[in-house]
Design a protein around this ligand. Structure first.
Ligand code: UT7
Length: 408
């Protein structure tokens, strides 16, 4: 799928007017991973470029991190939460199968009118959601769209599998796209899906094909599985061509782009993109050393950091580009029109402790972190608390105990 965006009178454009990110404070270093699996800092840095990643605290979830990043983006945009008419949240680690995580975020940010939904396209999810938001705005169906990428991947990793556990981390990023009649914003889009790669990165159990069971858990089928080499090949084959096609749809050449903001999966993949586009690495934004691969959150976190670090100026042309499970890939060429200085104020205005995602009443939860990771990070693992799940709605009459119900 692709979209061209030539300037035409009466046309609506979708500009980035706000951006924000949030990363949890707990750091998992390569040295920590050395204590868990047979790996080394030297191997991880030389093969991936990753030095550390973040781990969500016990009380944090995809929705809570997304809400912080979203409110920062909304503050940066200078709009009110109620001005948002669509919320699109890209994730492969939703808080629940239902409701959507986007619905929880809508409530947490104090929005009352938006249609809210999740977008599933793995690590390309944010770019897919961005393209969808652009379509809502340019078609006239929406004026302000909140686009979020958020993940709590550390709860879906097998910390005895060195192929996957060294790569991923937690975090969230968001942008607000606003409608304008002034040219700018998204200029060209390219999205691809290659289902031949469907089982190269996947999470086997938990869905309709393999609902969760004692057996699926015993076999570790609720953890991310990945064929690293095949995924690497797909990424290096596809990322540069997807980016270039989006640039061409914008009527530009790769050399016209001031900064590429690629999915932060592996420094060698980003180097291959630069090489494929015949551009120096200075045109590629990189922050994977600090966060690892945060899947759908990686592009919006990188975008917010790039702008706040002064790497993007008004009038610059940038490209966001990602690849991921599916296999999917996506890119959007964007003309930047917002004052970059607004981002830092937006970030400072919202602290994580100010944001609350409503939890089900009475449903106590233990720290959902995998035990091996909890041990390395020194987080106590509380004993499980058995609380009936039929008691989570406030104001519901108390249920009779099971004993009484069966009349024993
Ligand atoms: O968002 C998309 C998510 N996925 C990706 O982006 C993954 C893309 N793939 C990659 O980034 C790379 O393929 C990896 C970083 C996953 C692996 O790097 P590689 O250079 O492709 O390594 P490899 O799989 O070919 O393994 C080379 C060696 C093997 O040992 P032998 O068979 O040569 O003795 C592995 O067993 O490195 C070994 N190895 C490790 N050694 C230390 C694999 N993982 C590790 C590790 N530490 N963590």
């Amino acid at each position: 799928m692709n979209a061209r965006n030539g300037a035409r009178p009466g046309r609506r454009y979708a500009h980035v007017i706000g951006w924000g990110s949030y990363a949890p404070s707990q750091v998992l270093t390569n040295a920590d991973l050395e204590r868990m699996v047979d790996t080394s800092d030297e191997w991880i840095v030389s093969r991936t470029g990753i030095r550390e990643r973040r781990v969500a605290a016990a009380h944090e979830t995809t929705a809570s991190m997304a809400a912080v990043a979203s409110l920062r983006a909304i503050r940066t945009a200078g709009v009110e939460p109620t001005d948002i008419d669509v919320i699109l949240l890209a994730t492969l680690t939703p808080d629940y199968w239902m409701p959507s995580t986007a619905a929880l975020v809508k409530e947490a940010i104090g929005n009352t009118k938006a249609a809210a939904m999740d977008v599933a396209a793995a690590c390309s999810g944010f770019v897919y959601a961005y393209a969808t938001a652009q379509a809502y705005i340019t078609s006239g169906m929406a004026t302000n769209v909140l686009v979020i990428g958020a993940e709590t991947l550390t709860r879906f990793l097998d910390y005895s599998d060195r192929n996957t556990c060294i790569l991923f981390g937690d975090g969230a990023g968001a942008v607000v796209l606003g409608a304008s009649e002034k040219p700018g914003g998204g200029l060209g889009i390219e999205l691809t899906t290659e289902p031949e790669g469907a089982y190269m990165i996947w999470l086997p159990a938990g869905g309709a094909k393999r609902p969760p069971s004692l057996e699926s858990v015993a076999r570790g089928e609720h953890y991310v599985r990945m064929e690293g080499k095949e995924t690497y090949r797909f990424a290096t084959r596809t990322l540069a061509s997807t980016a270039l096609t989006a640039v061409e749809h914008a009527g530009l050449n790769a050399s016209d782009i001031d900064l590429f903001i690629p999915h932060q999966a592996n420094i060698r993949i980003i180097e291959a993109v630069a090489k494929g586009l015949s551009l120096p690495m200075e045109r590629m934004f990189v922050n994977l050393d600090k966060y690892g691969n945060t899947s759908a959150a990686s592009v919006p976190i990188a975008l917010a950091e790039a702008v706040n670090q002064g790497r993007v100026a008004v009038g610059d042309r940038i490209v966001i580009v990602a690849f991921g499970a599916g296999f999917t890939s996506g890119a959007v060429a964007i003309e930047w029109t917002a004052d970059p200085a607004r981002g830092r104020a937006g970030e400072a205005a919202v602290q994580p402790e100010d944001v609350h995602v409503r939890l089900p009443v009475d449903w106590d939860s233990v720290d959902p972190i995998p035990e091996a990771l909890a041990a390395v990070l020194g987080r106590p693992v509380a004993p499980g608390v058995e609380v009936p799940l039929d008691d989570v709605v406030p104001g519901e009459p108390e249920h009779a105990s099971r004993k009484t119900e069966v009349g024993v």
